[in-house]
Design a protein. Structure first.
Length: 330
């Protein structure tokens, strides 16, 4: 089985996992729009491609799939998720499984207000989420501080803790994008890495971590935890949103209950913690790529295993990088 990982960026550890032959993939191909993306140098073959917004992007990706005999394509970046999800049938006609949820699910998860409304409408506890433009009366009576976010934002970029309504007004005027407002929650945050089988639609793997420290929207330090009630809650979330493949769910716990904050229908930045504890989504993907169901392994990991993420570095010759870019640019 051969896999193409799109927009590999800095996901070096993730690419390494796919490279391990025991996980079921024979060849790992990566792409990025920049020669300065370190993860591409971890793969067997890489391609420098146009940005996803360019009109020829899909034809370039399809060309790589045919050239490298790709069986599965895996998008990692938000804008790319929507593009690949909305063109799944193009890849399916070539016998390639696009490892992403359906377009309706991707769009719902990207839109924080829409996600909130769908989950609450199905009886799932969530962090209250209000549209800044249409619900200012409600927001004005909220207890400050609050959290302001771009409604379609990603990676916590632009998220801001705001202490008063006038400051919120000035922030909204400056951002000039659709915003949502949520209460500031001073409670324990959790992250759940989830795998939902593409063939059966069942959640076959889940890993939960208590977040100790966050940096730039990613979990930097965390501790593994197990809670059967939370596993059942996550299963209900998965069924409601109709997730497929790898997903990352953020939650808070207070008043004795779990509440959903956000859902990312892709590999989360904290997934290495799950993998190190034996929760192997890569093997699940390789089985699905071979048109086999993944094997259920809910809660099969140890508690109190701590992940401490750190920064590493690699050195490359820019001259060689530029030569390679000119040679393989499609």
């Amino acid at each position: 089985m051969n896999i193409l990982i799109l927009s590999a960026g800095t996901r070096c550890q993730l690419v390494k996992y796919f490279k391990q032959k025991t996980n079921g993939f024979d060849k790992v191909v990566t792409t990025d729009c920049s020669i300065y993306a370190p993860a591409i140098y971890m793969s067997d073959i890489y391609y420098i491609v146009p940005k996803a917004v360019e009109s020829n992007y899909l034809s370039v990706i399809l060309g790589i799939c045919k050239k490298e005999d790709i069986h599965m394509i895996l998008p990692l970046q938000e804008d790319e998720l929507e593009l690949i999800a909305s063109n799944k049938e193009i890849f399916e006609k070539e016998g390639i499984l696009a490892a992403v949820s359906d377009i309706e699910t991707v769009r719902t998860c990207r839109d924080k207000l829409m996600l909130y409304q769908q989950l609450v409408g199905n009886g799932i506890s969530c962090i209250e989420t209000y549209d800044y433009n249409t619900m200012q009366d409600v927001i004005n009576h909220m207890k400050f501080p609050v959290i302001a976010k771009k409604r379609m934002g990603a990676g916590s970029i632009g998220n801001l803790k705001i202490k008063s309504f006038p400051l919120l007004f000035y922030y909204a005027e400056d951002v000039q994008e659709k915003l949502v407002v949520q209460p500031y929650i001073d409670a324990q945050e959790y992250g759940a890495d989830v795998y939902v089988d593409f063939l059966s639609g069942e959640m076959t793997a889940v890993f939960v971590k208590e977040k100790i420290r966050m940096r730039a929207g990613e979990t930097e330090k965390s501790k593994s935890v197990k809670d059967e009630a939370l596993f059942d809650f996550i299963k209900k979330i998965v069924q409601t949103v109709n997730l497929r493949g790898a997903a990352d769910i953020d939650l808070f716990k207070y008043d004795g209950k779990y509440h959903v904050l956000e859902i990312n229908p892709r590999f989360g930045g904290g997934y290495p913690h799950a993998y190190a504890c034996g929760v192997n989504f890569i093997r699940c993907l390789s089985r699905n790529a071979g048109r086999k169901r993944s094997i259920p392994e809910i809660g099969q990991y140890d508690e109190n295993e701590v992940m401490l993420k750190y920064t590493d570095a690699m050195m490359k010759s820019e001259k060689e990088m530029l030569i390679m870019q000119n040679r393989i640019m499609l």
